[in-house]
Design a protein around this ligand. Structure first.
Ligand SMILES: NC(=O)C1=CN([C@@H]2O[C@H](COP(=O)(O)OP(=O)(O)OC[C@H]3O[C@@H](n4cnc5c(N)ncnc54)[C@H](O)[C@@H]3O)[C@@H](O)[C@H]2O)C=CC1
Ligand SMILES: Cc1ncc(C(=O)O)c(C(=O)O)c1O
Length: 309
């Protein structure tokens, strides 16, 4: 039974994951190489806790759960049943992290990666018990989005996939088991198909960035939360999809490299909210207001989709 979780990496994803696991009654020991990341995570926990309150996810009455911060990776993984790796999306950084964890944990400990899409088969080459390694891909913001992809690599034991699926379910979240270890799994293959086309349309001057967001959020986005893509095909009619895709598919962006617009901005340090500028510009006040507004909307939508309002 999984009760104690070590969480390695407290950047964008870590604090929300820690808060949600703790609400599920799991005891979390978190670690980051960066002191600043740990301090930021400490500050994020009550904010995420407030959102979880509004989602109606109660603090366990048993007194279980809780998040503490470790001073070393060894302290973090000591006594853990599950280690969740949340370090940057770079195979070398992840491999180095597994090398550090490997001698510190027994063969019964599951090592899960929150990778956005590096195949688990590649990651498990860097660990001495590959049968205990699994993908556990959360979606951002992880304390609010209930769906988590579970991915086994070529050498993952089916029992490991089942254990993570059951854990996710046991804390009231929604596991989706991906049957093949393809790059990007499912969520990001679909998201990156959309993002490639969106960036291309803005880059070619077909539409401004603000209007692109209005079009997608109030058109496809609003609809797709209630009606998934496969159900949408049936709602529109496969005859319509056949006619439109007969001329449109060939015209969609099929670029295999990274768009020049994104490369240019990234090279100039324009990374989005984390740097104050990306596709749009942000002041610190605007970031705080946006985060509050977005959490409020996501909570309200989720409550409606769950039939609670
Ligand atoms: N940002 C997003 O929207 C999502 C990201 N992911 C994935 O989750 C993982 C983490 O992503 P983010 O939180 O966005 O990254 P991030 O770059 O914001 O945070 C990574 C953290 O890991 C720390 N770190 C680096 N090496 C470490 C080590 N050896 N030991 C302990 N800590 C270490 C860094 O100091 C940093 O605080 C990546 O694999 C990413 O692809 C998954 C879902 C969504
Ligand atoms: C741009 C982008 N890339 C990756 C992810 C992920 O799920 O890994 C997300 C996300 O929203 O979670 C994302 O927005």
């Amino acid at each position: 039974m999984i009760r104690r979780v070590a969480l390695i990496g407290l950047g964008t994803m870590g604090p929300g994951i820690a808060a949600r696991l703790s609400r599920g009654g799991l005891s979390v020991c978190a670690y980051d190489v960066s002191e600043a990341a740990v301090e930021r995570a400490r500050g994020m926990l009550p904010v995420a806790g407030d959102v979880l309150d509004r989602l109606g996810i109660a603090v366990p009455s048993s007194g279980e759960g809780g998040v503490r911060f470790a001073a070393s990776i060894a302290e973090a993984v000591k006594g853990a049943d599950l280690v969740i790796e949340n370090v940057p999306e770079n195979i070398d950084v992840k491999a180095e992290t597994y090398r550090a964890i490997d001698p510190l944990v027994g063969p019964e400990v599951i090592v899960a990666s929150d990778t956005s899409g590096i195949p688990i088969t590649k990651l498990q080459a860097h660990i001495s018990h590959p049968e205990r390694m699994v993908g556990m891909h959360w979606s951002n913001p992880p304390h609010i989005i209930p769906m988590i992809e579970v991915i086994g690599g070529e050498r993952t034991a089916p029992e490991t996939v089942a254990a993570i699926r059951d854990l996710i379910r046991s804390i009231g979240l929604l596991p989706v088991v991906v049957k093949k270890d393809v790059p990007g799994f499912v969520e990001n293959r679909v998201l990156y198909a959309l993002l490639r086309e969106a960036v291309d349309l803005v880059e070619r001057g077909v539409i401004d960035a603000e209007d692109l967001d209005t079009c997608v959020s109030w058109g496809i986005g609003y609809k797709i939360a209630a009606i998934g893509p496969m159900a949408l095909l049936d709602m529109a009619g496969l005859d319509i999809y056949k006619s439109v895709s007969s001329f449109l598919n060939a015209d969609l962006s099929n670029r295999a490299d990274i768009s020049p617009l994104v490369l240019e901005k990234a090279a100039a340090g324009k990374l989005g909210i984390k740097s104050g500028e990306g596709m749009f510009s942000y002041t610190p006040e605007r970031i705080a207001a946006l985060q509050k507004e977005r959490a409020g909307k996501l909570v309200a939508i989720r409550r409606i989709l769950e039939g609670r309002e």
